[in-house]
Design a binder for this molecule. Structure first.
Ligand code: ADP
Ligand code: MG
Length: 670
């Protein structure tokens, strides 16, 4: 940019300089100032030529000499002075002015006549000639101009002489008159020259001023050029520095490029290695996937085998099993008793329980007969057994419910023997004391979660009811509507599944939801208990969890129901003392419990007709008792001696059940 600007300026300057030169030359050609450079000899030379070209009559030197001599006039002195003044003014470069060095009339006229190059040359020539002629005789004194001399001067000035005819010498008057006319003409011509001279002087001054301006401009332009040149030099220096830097950068770039190329090569090699590694890993992954699929298949087979074996074990144990549990003495019952008196356990065998009773001997007053009643069950839990211990024994049965088997667990025993404690837990339930129902729910949900990895998904539906005096009440409804009828019916003709009309079936997805339902049922039972005085001990409560499992990967479905039943107290009422409602309650309980016994016996003896419909309880549990289900009965005992006979009755009932072999359970699988 800067360079281009400088070039432009230089070009402009050159053009300006040329223009100035040209104008100067022109003005020099035109200006009278040019005369400054013309010396008198040159003027004289050029005047010779001019004289040759001039049409004016040339004065004869001879005549002039003659006239000078005759008339004693000394015009040469005047002319010489005028010419010298004019020449002096010209050589000094000052324009000739009429005032400079001109004192005589002729000098003024001559000086004024010197206007314009041509006229001036002629005047100078003439004056020089005159001066040259006169110079030869400088000592001649001239007092007055003669007519001849005047004519010579006029001739020198290029003015025509008046009258073409030469007047005779004696006609002085005529000659004087001619001279006057000539003088007038001369004056006119002199005026013209003067005005022309003034014009020239004005032009000259203007040209001078213009030239001064041009000079100034030229100086300014030169200064600008100098400045630009110094700038250019600075820029060139900067440019050189930059070029050096650029060269450095290029070297660095080249070096860097080399390093980067090396790095790139390294990375490419690494990438190639990694790609190879990834390919290897992908093939390994593919192999492992195949192995996983194979293992899944094996796992599935193993799971199926486990279920089969598990249920075979359950079958071997018997599809109906009995567990006996003796509750500990309550704080209020410990007065006077340090330990349980009439219940004994075998140290070596966890399946045995012995009831003892000493009675006065019929043979003598001193002897007391000791009566022992031995019973053997799947497991006998002593009072110290915890809820956890007990649940461990039934957890495999709960597992069967997820495998698609109907499972029914119920607690049988007299009021206060610990049925509700075992099934639900105490009122102030903790994590340690929670009963079989909440534990079964926990296990079901955690196992269902584990089975998800094997493709199983489950849907759970919970219901909670009680049967009192052969009437069903929904424990999940706090304020039941009046005259609502709960009837047990087949869900549809195809399936054997039963359901209770108007009963609330709640779909549950988390165990906590079920715990809340259990708490609600417990609260609803307590309200009834207050209203009807120990109502709960004379009603059966039934918690049911319907399980629907599906394995979409293998197109498998299974349905089952887990029923957990807290039966009414099995104590027998003295019929002779029972009247009204109490009698009806007792009869209802007796009916349903004896019905339960009959159903189990009938199943055991494989009778063609099983009397399920004889009680609401057996009808409701129809699918959970018998061939297609696994049943477990808790027989709960009170440790108190006063409850001996009820305990004995319970153990006898349990023993009957325990001796039953109820068909082979079948999985409900499609
Ligand atoms: P049921 O339901 O058979 O009438 P409960 O379950 O109400 O009997 O038990 C009666 C009392 O005995 C309750 O106070 C209960 O807390 C207590 N109880 C029952 N079994 C146990 C046990 N295994 N450990 C501690 N207390 C128990
Ligand atoms: Mg109870």
């Amino acid at each position: 940019m800067a360079k281009a600007q400088i070039c432009d300026l230089q070009q402009h300057l050159e053009v300006t300089q040329n223009l100035a030169k040209k104008r100067k030359n022109d003005s020099m050609e035109r200006s009278p100032l040019t005369d400054r450079k013309i010396n008198v000899e040159t003027v004289a030379d050029s005047n010779k030529n001019q004289a040759q070209r001039s049409r004016l009559p040339q004065p004869s030197l001879k005549r002039m000499r003659l006239n000078t001599t005759v008339d004693n006039i000394d015009p040469a002195v005047v002319v010489k002075k005028s010419v010298c003044s004019a020449a002096s003014a010209s050589s000094k470069g000052v324009s000739s002015r009429p005032s400079i060095g001109v004192r005589s009339q002729y000098g003024v006229g001559l000086a004024r006549a010197i206007h314009g190059t041509e006229a001036r040359s002629r005047a100078v020539n003439c004056a020089a000639t005159v001066a040259g002629v006169i110079g030869k005789k400088p000592r001649v004194a001239v007092t007055a101009p003669s007519i001849v001399q005047t004519a010579a001067v006029l001739s020198c000035l290029g003015l025509p002489a008046v009258g073409s005819k030469k007047r005779p010498a004696w006609d002085l008057k005529g000659q004087l008159s001619d001279m006057k006319v000539q003088l007038g003409n001369m004056k006119t011509r002199v005026c013209e020259y003067t005005s022309k001279l003034e014009m020239s002087e004005l032009q000259s001054r203007q040209l001078h001023e213009s030239m001064d301006q041009r000079d100034k401009q030229l100086d300014a332009a030169r200064a600008h050029i100098n400045e630009l040149q110094s700038n250019l030099k600075a820029v060139e220096l900067l440019l050189k520095d930059r070029e050096v830097e650029l060269a450095k950068c290029q070297d660095e770039n080249t070096a860097m490029q080399g390093v980067l190329e090396n790095k790139l090569k390294m990375k490419e090699m690494e990438l190639t290695q990694k790609v190879t590694c990834i390919e290897e890993q992908q093939s390994t992954i593919a192999e492992q996937r195949d192995m996983i699929v194979e293992r899944d298949e094996r796992l599935h087979c193993a799971e199926q085998e486990r279920r089969r074996l598990h249920n075979t074990v359950q079958e071997l144990k018997g599809n109906i099993r009995v567990i006996c549990r003796v509750r500990p003495l309550l704080d209020s019952e410990r007065e006077g008793l340090s330990e349980i008196q009439n219940v004994q356990f075998s140290a070596s065998d966890e399946k045995v329980i012995i009831l003892t009773k000493s009675e006065e001997s019929h043979t003598g007053h001193d002897r007391k007969d000791e009566f022992k009643y031995d019973f053997s069950f799947d497991h006998v839990f002593q009072p110290i057994a915890t809820q956890k211990d007990v649940f461990e024994d039934i957890s495999q049965l709960v597992q069967s419910a997820l495998d698609g088997y109907n499972v029914c667990i119920f607690a049988y025993g007299q009021t206060g023997s610990g049925k509700t404690f075992t099934m639900e837990g105490p009122d102030d339930m903790t994590c340690d004391t929670k009963g079989m129902i909440p534990r079964a729910v926990d296990q079901i949900f955690s196992t269902a979660q584990e089975l998800k990895t094997m493709g199983w998904t489950y849907k759970f539906t919970a219901s909670f009811l009680e049967i009192y005096n052969e009437t069903i009440r929904d424990l999940l409804v706090t304020k039941p509507e009046k005259n609502v009828e709960y009837e047990i019916k087949l869900l549809n003709n195809k399936s054997k599944q039963l359901h209770v009309t108007n009963l609330k079936y709640v779909t549950v997805t988390m165990k906590d939801q079920v715990h809340n339902l259990i708490a609600m049922a417990k609260a609803n039972r307590s309200v009834a208990k207050t209203a009807a005085n120990d109502h709960s001990s004379r009603s059966h409560s039934v918690f049911q969890l319907q399980i629907e499992g599906s394995n979409s990967d293998r197109d498998l479905q299974c349905t089952s129901t887990l029923s957990l039943v807290d039966l009414a107290g099995s104590e027998r009422l003295d019929k002779s003392q029972s009247k009204g409602d109490r009698l009806r309650e007792a009869q209802a309980i007796n009916t349903s419990l004896s019905c339960l016994g009959h159903v189990i016996m009938s199943l055991s003896s494989k009778e063609s007709h099983i009397p399920y419909r004889n009680s609401k309880l057996t009808y409701l549990l129809q699918n959970n008792l018998g061939g297609n289900s696994k049943t477990l009965m808790f027989v709960n005992l009170s440790p108190l001696e006063e409850n001996f006979s009820e305990s004995l009755n319970s153990l006898r009932f349990a023993n009957k059940v325990n001796n039953c072999v109820i068909g082979t359970a079948q999985v409900n699988r499609k």
